[in-house]
Design a protein around this ligand. Structure first.
Ligand code: ZN
Length: 209
């Protein structure tokens, strides 16, 4: 579920639609949560889909660390990538504003954390555009992204959080434990898809959480 102070707008013919802030959204605001209504399907279910459905899934879904495909029921699925994005996925699963987002500004995020199976040509044309989204971008940039997230997390308790009530209890507890200094920070590396054929990785991953 995307933050309520956003709307869907047509950007242009090449980009299609995008999500825009209807009010200022300050840094530290949770802008997306995986709520109960999100449509989820396994890799096996994806593999059994007709190609036309696969194409839609590849365009509008993201994949979590367990390989589950997640398709948003609302306009969260239209958030575009920018290499200088103003919001980003966290290791806790939700997305957070890493900069103040002005009224009317497009809400953008980092597709490098969505476990895409293939490289993707980027059309964002940002100042330091990576031009191509690579499947191992998370390994290259995780420290940079973690730093931005950790700075934003410091504001979580100071800003309005309309999506707070849609966070599951486990996520809320993990986040509060981090903010209160009882638990270590959970890196975005927790979002990296773990292949089933390497059970020891899954074990390591769980321990890291
Ligand atoms: Zn770019």
């Amino acid at each position: 579920m995307i933050h309520p102070d956003t709307e869907l707008k047509h950007v242009n013919k090449d980009i299609g639609y995008g999500v825009f802030a209807t009010k200022p959204i300050p840094r530290g605001t949770i802008v997306y949560v995986k709520d109960l209504f999100e449509i989820q399907f396994t890799q096996e279910q994806f593999d059994s889909l007709e190609q036309d459905y696969k194409t839609l899934a590849q365009k509008y879904s993201y994949t979590d660390e367990q390989g589950v495909w997640i398709l948003s029921w609302d306009h969260a699925k239209y958030v575009n990538h920018r290499c200088d994005c103003n919001s980003i996925s966290t290791g806790y699963g939700f997305e957070i504003a890493i900069r103040d987002i002005a009224e009317g500004e497009e809400v953008t995020d980092e597709y490098g954390l969505f476990n895409f199976e293939h490289e993707l040509e980027l059309t964002c044309h940002c100042m330091n555009c990576r031009k191509v989204l690579r499947t191992d971008d998370i390994d290259t940039y995780y420290a940079e992204w973690d730093s931005l997230i950790q700075q934003a997390l410091q504001f979580v308790r100071d800003v309005e959080q309309p999506l707070w009530k849609f966070l599951d209890n486990e996520t809320r507890t993990a986040l509060m434990n981090y903010l209160n200094g009882h638990e270590c920070y959970l890196s975005v590396l927790a979002l990296k898809r773990v292949e089933e054929e390497h059970p020891y990785l899954i074990k390591m991953h769980k321990q890291a959480r």
